[in-house]
Design a binder for this molecule. Sequence first.
Ligand code: BG6
Length: 461
Amino acid sequence: MQRLLPAAFCVVGTARRPLTEAAFREELRLAVAQHSRTKPLNEEVWRSFAEQLHFVATPDDRGYERLRETLDRLDHELGTHANRLFYLATPPPAYASIVRAIGEHRLRGDTGWARVVIEKPFGRNRESARELTEILHTVFREDEIFRIDHYLGKETVQNILVMRFANGIFEPIWNRQYVDHVQITVAETIGVEERAGYYEQAGAMRDIVQNHLLQLLALVAMEPPAAFDDKAVRDEKVKVLRVLRPITADGVATNAVRGQYGRGFIEGVAVNAYREEPGVARDSRTETYVALKCWVDNWRWEGTPFYMRTGKRLPKRSTEIAIQFRSAPHQLFSREASEGLEPNALVLRIQPNEGVSLKFGAKVPVQGIRIRSVNMDFDYGASFMVEAPDAYETLILDALRGDATLFTRRDEVDQQWAFVDPIIEAWAAAPEGPPIYEAGTWGPIEANLLIERDGREWRKA
Ligand code: BG6
């Protein structure tokens, strides 16, 4: 128990459907008991927390009026000064009408601060994202809008900046002169699960590349920010996104690969093809795998490609960033001695087995010279002996504190869509759908060609 929430605090749930306060509290209790990282649920702590949980149904205007009365009353009772954080955990089509209702029914309150947290997906292309921002701006200023990309709340993702900018040894080699290429992988073993309704419309490009992967790329490639605050960090990220070389329709064939999982085996268990999943069209063309070759067109990264890939039903759950360095300029040791030598790589393991490892060549302890690659390892669990906070714990707390550093700003989202839109459009216009890859494999064969054509290969993540 960390007691991170302020003493004067409450949560008011709202939905169109009616629900008693008791039923709302019970629903939350079950969810917390099931998903909390600290188990079992401490009933005493829960009871005092649950007293601060309220519910008001908002099926119509009268409901919203009741909600305002409740918020005003609770402010008065608790002395919370009308400081309000609105959290929209609803399907995206509901965002606009909820935001309008917040405005029309003056839910912001007359004193105190107001902020809104918006879940992804933020729009489904550049245009709709811009429209959504416009709607939000009718009620909230940009600095009051907290767009969630939960990857930014992960400890290991925050550690990218700490590694790069709290240490002196990495930055001098973090550029085109020393880095041959970068590989970013978000691999999942799960399939679409019960989310076909959403996923069929999204696909891996909108679901992972547009947000999580491009954010990881921005954090790896950005210049040192002038300060560690929301403006400076996001300014630097957006500069990277702006110079990401567009993959235009004619470049799609060589720089972008998609795939869709077919039947196969995950950890020895037979799994269905994507098209056999409940809610998925039998002839669906939705991609569940994407691989891209990207270029960051600036001074630091000229000539250093960034390869990115993500997929569902891959052999292993693994998110990692590998900075692959150039070989030593001169090979002192014979080719035979160096057979086991792989290029130096700094691997940031985002999840699981959170940590960082540095791969380098070492002498095998036998007579004569034989070289093999070994790893120098930092392991989060072993080094700190504490369990990291969940991404959402960090993000919600940051939103309550008003720190937007780990949330995506309007211009970031805009650039992210600007990059993925032409690829999505080119795929939609193609006569063929995505190639099928067997579940439990590393994606379609085309993905290997994407990188092997350059004389490189995907890491065995
Ligand atoms: C979500 C996607 O944003 O991220 C999911 O919608 C995906 O499809 C999930 O499974 C992955 O998140 P994590 O934290 O498990 O890597």
